[in-house]
Design a protein around this ligand. Sequence first.
Ligand SMILES: NC(=O)c1ccc[n+]([C@@H]2O[C@H](COP(=O)([O-])OP(=O)(O)OC[C@H]3O[C@@H](n4cnc5c(N)ncnc54)[C@H](OP(=O)(O)O)[C@@H]3O)[C@@H](O)[C@H]2O)c1
Length: 190
Amino acid sequence: MPVRLNLIAAACNTSYAIGYEGRLPWDCLPNEYAYFKRMVLNCPSSKKNVLIFGPKTFAETKHIISDDRIVAIIISRSLPSSYGEENGAIVVRSLNEACEQIEQIEDTVNAVWVCGGVPIYKMALASPNFHRLYLTRIMHEFPGDRFFPQVDWTTMIQVTATDNDARVSTDWQVENGIQYQFCVYKRIDG
Ligand SMILES: NC(=O)c1ccc[n+]([C@@H]2O[C@H](COP(=O)([O-])OP(=O)(O)OC[C@H]3O[C@@H](n4cnc5c(N)ncnc54)[C@H](OP(=O)(O)O)[C@@H]3O)[C@@H](O)[C@H]2O)c1
């Protein structure tokens, strides 16, 4: 079975801003972050989830990884392998290399989550291993300096409520006056 890459991101609905000054553009959506954690961390006890990051996103997110059911892979052309060893992660040089590492532990893998940032999402969207895009659409424009890569939406369809991952609520969410929705997309031909 080929590696299935699930991208997970939260973005402002119009600008697609995902980051600002090294952090999320918002600090008022803790339940949205709880959804992200639930999706990427929950895993049967006999299995592992693989999380794929760029270096900055890993540094910002690594505190949520607290058990050995999570395999963290950092895609970096510059970080030494020793950085991974010191931080409980594996450093690889490309998405292909990440997929090769995952294939080696295929039998134990529950799900693979691509957690960003920008170039990592871009590579995963273009990959034949792309499977699903879990995108939280936030109906408010926050300042941003990192933006989700352009998607050709004509090649994607939203996964319908009945086919959808049961953990993804299709209801509108409202938190601190900000509306958002959890959306899941797949390729039309995928
Ligand atoms: N809203 C969301 O869902 C979400 C999700 C993730 C991140 N973010 C936000 O996004 C920002 C961090 O993302 P980021 O993209 O700036 O940093 P990042 O996660 O570190 O990703 C960028 C890095 O990827 C590495 N990379 C690996 N292969 C590459 C390639 N072929 N081409 C280009 N780069 C490659 C580069 O590091 P090397 O030079 O070491 O190769 C590059 O600096 C933060 O503000 C964070 O809060 C938001």
